[in-house]
Design a protein around this ligand. Structure first.
Ligand SMILES: [Zn+2]
Length: 281
């Protein structure tokens, strides 16, 4: 081993002892990440959600957390969760072989039964040994292999369209998480700007509507005035027939109303039994 006064220890001799526990931790770590809620460490059960950094949660725990985060000691690790809009409910594919006795036929994969969920395209299990991602826009979970092999922007689980930027690696490496952090910041900034723009637009539309309303009201008012002017007889010299009867001071209103030149007759929309007007029949 070295350090006994004679030999100089090699580096791998010194770090060797560290390797084995690390391996063990890795399996436990994978299990914790892929089969347990990131907040409560309870086993994952549907409905399951994922955040933009690719961590998995029980929806129930997320709701509790969002209501009162002070109850959770780990709250500082989940500061990026401000509301349900920061998470997505996952559409997972159940592994029908899960929980069945292993290798009845002897030809099944060793890992076909070890995870509750599988990739709907290539059938590998979501046990942490294979990369899996979900699509932010639709929430479907697919294996990275499927996403890589099938070069399409149509989700193979639900058929909706997605962009490459919408793919979020579940429990990714540090670099991947860093990339997702960046993506999250960008999305939040865009959402903030969009909200601001929307608010601004709503305000200006509001003013516009008000202006239009005023204009409309004005037009209506003027319109009413014009109408009432007409109803009152209007500029009489424009209608020559008025000269004879309608202007006759000795004729009664009833008498005047018998003629098509009268205001009443001019405004009428249908035939009258006395002032029969062929225009309205
Ligand atoms: Zn989908």
């Amino acid at each position: 081993m070295g350090c006994d006064g004679g030999t100089i220890p090699k580096r791998d001799e010194l770090v060797k002892t560290k390797k084995k526990p690390e391996q063990k931790d890795k399996t436990a770590d994978l299990d914790a990440k892929w089969k347990h809620c990131a907040i409560t460490q309870e086993p994952l059960r549907q409905p399951i959600m994922a955040c933009e950094l690719g961590r998995l949660y029980n929806k129930e725990a997320v709701l509790e957390f969002l209501i009162d985060r002070s109850k959770f000691e780990c709250a500082s690790s989940f500061e990026h969760l401000k509301g349900l809009k920061d998470l997505k409910e996952l559409k997972l594919t159940e592994n029908k072989g899960y929980g069945r006795p292993k290798s009845e036929k002897g030809d099944s994969y060793i890992d076909t039964q070890d995870a509750k969920y599988i990739c709907p395209v290539v059938g590998i299990t979501m046990n942490g040994k294979h990369g899996f991602s979900y699509i932010w826009s639709c929430g479907c979970v697919l294996s990275d292999r499927a996403l890589k092999e099938v070069k399409s922007d149509i989700c193979h689980k639900c058929g909706s369209q997605f962009s490459k930027d919408d793919v979020i690696t579940l429990n990714g490496t540090e670099e991947e998480v860093e990339r997702l952090h960046q993506r999250m910041r960008t999305r939040k900034e865009q959402a903030r700007l969009a909200k601001k723009a929307k608010k601004h637009k709503a305000e200006s539309t509001d003013t516009e509507t008000k202006t239009t309303d005023v204009k409309k009201a004005r037009t209506e008012k003027t319109g009413t005035k014009a109408l009432s002017k007409e109803a009152a007889g209007g500029p009489k010299d424009k209608i020559p027939t008025l000269k004879s009867i309608q202007k006759d001071p000795s004729a009664s209103t009833v008498y005047k109303s018998l003629f098509t030149s009268s205001n009443k007759a001019r405004n009428q929309q249908s035939a009258h039994w006395v002032t029969y007007n062929p225009f309205y029949n």
